[in-house]
Design a protein around this ligand. Structure first.
Ligand code: TYM
Length: 333
């Protein structure tokens, strides 16, 4: 059986990379897979400090963004992680399956902890184990994410395989990452070598899903570029990370590929390309953003979707967790 699981952290500043690299792909997948769970991962969010009143608003905002993008709550399970205790319970078991050496290799921990790793939370270090638990609590088989999550998914595969080996049963599936589209790694608008990220202190580095049309146009106009005109074929973008990023964003928004965009804009400078990109971004994002604003105002509705999603998620995860507890040898009532 195939089952999709994916998640987004409610840490504020949901951006174009999250939309193009993940959420928009989920909208497509809901038509191909009849079993999809999309989770607002609030347990992950608190691995770095979150102001409680912002966190609760951000949980609603991410849920609103998923629905505004087109994920249908009637056909899919939309919920927030802390409402389903199986995530935390299975994560503890995985803390005892995963090896320190595996976690030591995680590049995202190194990036997020920075130089002062002694002061990082234990949760930030164990984060990938919780992520494996998120997926495997449902025996999820396919995980649509952006490129940056690849290493975490490899760890989830290692955990599933070690658990199966240790307890002598092919219990957990070995998860398949689904990384597709032209925007699997959207880069910062200020630096083509670093990823567009929610935590970048420079707001100009990203297009937020809450930015208005003027804000989007202004950020694209200010985006860092080089002084060369655009090439007419994709290999001409090698060594030009900022140009490549903007062309990639255009391609993703227009549902074409890099060569399709360069066929139209090759030979032209950024003076012509940037306004076209801004117009396209506003045209594609504003319907989603309008709907997102409406949903954010309707907290009762959003919370009822999350509650109902959590019930459905619990129904799937509870029997799986019980089997895990039996395999491990816990005594249950
Ligand atoms: P998060 O919240 O950082 O990002 C959510 C999704 O957006 C993708 N993404 C990007 N894609 C393209 N370009 C970018 N610049 C960019 N930035 C982010 C991410 O790859 C992700 O798909 N650990 C996860 C959340 C998580 C999860 C899970 C995902 C927790 N448990 C289980 C899948 C399955 C995270 O921090 O995503």
């Amino acid at each position: 059986m195939k089952r999709i699981f994916s998640g987004v952290q409610p840490t504020g500043n949901l951006h174009l990379g999250n939309y193009l690299g993940a959420i928009r792909n989920w909208v497509r997948l809901q038509d191909e897979f009849d079993d999809c769970l999309f989770c607002v991962v609030d347990l992950h969010a608190i691995t770095v400090w979150q102001e409680p009143k912002d966190l609760v608003a951000n949980i609603r905002e991410v849920a609103a963004a998923m629905m505004a993008a087109g994920i249908d709550p009637a056909r899919n399970v939309i919920f927030n992680q802390s409402q389903v205790s199986a995530h935390a319970e299975l994560a503890w078991i995985f803390n005892c399956v995963a090896r320190l050496g595996w976690l030591d290799r995680m590049t995202q921990f190194k990036e997020k902890a920075g130089k002062d790793k002694e002061r990082a939370s234990v949760g930030l270090y164990a984060y990938p184990n919780l992520m494996a638990a998120d997926i495997l609590a449902y025996k999820g088989t396919h995980v649509p994410v952006g490129e940056d999550q690849k290493q975490h998914l490899e760890l989830a595969r290692d955990i599933a395989q070690k658990f199966n080996h240790d307890y002598g049963q092919e219990f957990f599936p070995v998860v398949e990452p689904l990384i597709f589209g032209t925007a699997t790694r959207v880069m910062s608008l200020r630096d083509g070598w670093s990823k567009m990220s929610k935590s970048d202190p420079a707001d100009n580095s990203r297009i937020n899903m809450t930015d208005d049309a003027d804000g989007i146009a202004r950020k694209i106009k200010k985006a860092k570029t080089d002084s060369e005109p655009l090439p007419s074929e994709a290999p001409g973008l090698n060594g030009r990370p900022e140009a490549s990023n903007l062309v990639g964003i255009y391609a993703a928004l227009a549902d074409t590929d890099m060569d399709g965009v360069l066929g139209e804009f090759g030979g032209q400078g950024f003076g012509a390309f940037k306004p076209a990109l801004a117009d396209l971004a506003v045209a594609k994002l504003s319907p989603v953003q309008d709907q997102m604003r409406r949903l954010i105002d309707d907290t009762t509705y959003v919370e009822s979707v999350l509650r109902c999603g959590a019930e459905k998620a619990n129904d799937i995860a509870t029997p799986i967790l019980r089997e895990v507890q039996d395999l491990v040898g816990f005594l249950r009532p």
